[in-house]
Design a protein around this ligand. Structure first.
Ligand SMILES: Cc1cc2nc3c(=O)[nH]c(=O)nc-3n(C[C@H](O)[C@H](O)[C@H](O)COP(=O)(O)O)c2cc1C
Length: 193
């Protein structure tokens, strides 16, 4: 059975990132995959301590909420990562997670767990995709350096109408979000082949 591990770096349980990640999960499950999700907003997560345990071990010395993710990634066929854009970049929660993935590489940055499929998802308030393009590229490049093959990267833009401080801009553009939702579902299906 295919195993898919989802990492959700949005604190909003019903936000755009969460909804799109859910669709990927549903798509994968519809094809028979086992789906495991990690909530990167969990208060039991600690940041990397820079102890360099992972330079000599394939794993992390920190025993916290994230500790089971190392075995989950090891067993996974596919990784799905999603984050909102905060200040042109991924959220703080996502960055903490990214630091904790340092064990994914060993000596000379040689990947220890390569060959996984990868889907990334980003949501931002601004309708201009250029705003977060550099931040997204950096994250996608880091995950690709782990030997994970980027199958699709969805960038959901224009979620927030800052002038009226409404968070549901897509309500007036529901077709666009529906398209992205369907794409996310298909991405999930395609992880299982
Ligand atoms: C602290 C903070 C910083 C943000 N910075 C940006 C930004 O730089 N560019 C942008 O387009 N939207 C920004 N936003 C808006 C979010 O990206 C937007 O609300 C997004 O939909 C959140 O994702 P979610 O719906 O999955 O929670 C920011 C929101 C917060 C709370």
């Amino acid at each position: 059975m295919s195993k898919v591990v989802i990492f959700n770096a949005s604190p909003r349980k019903n936000g755009y990132t969460a909804k799109l990640l859910e669709q990927v999960g549903k798509g994968a499950k519809s094809k028979g995959a086992e789906v495991i999700e990690f909530d990167l907003n969990d208060s039991g997560i600690r940041g990397c301590q820079g102890c360099y345990y992972c330079r000599t071990h394939d794993g992390c010395a920190i025993k916290d909420y994230l500790q089971p993710m190392y075995e989950a990634i090891n067993e996974a066929d596919a990784i799905v990562f999603g984050s909102p854009i905060y200040y042109y970049q991924i959220t703080g929660q996502a960055k903490v997670w990214l630091d904790r993935t340092f064990p994914m590489v060993g000596d000379n940055f040689a990947p220890r767990h390569s060959g996984k499929k990868l889907i990334t998802i980003f949501s931002q308030g601004s309708p201009n995709p250029e705003m977060a393009a550099d931040g997204i590229k950096a994250v996608n490049n880091i995950l690709a350096a782990y030997g994970w093959k980027l199958e699709d990267s969805i960038h959901c833009c224009g979620t927030t109408d800052f002038r009226s401080e409404k968070l549901e801009r897509f309500n007036s553009n529901i077709e666009q979000f529906e398209e992205l939702s369907q794409r996310a579902f298909r991405d999930g299906e395609n992880l299982v082949r």
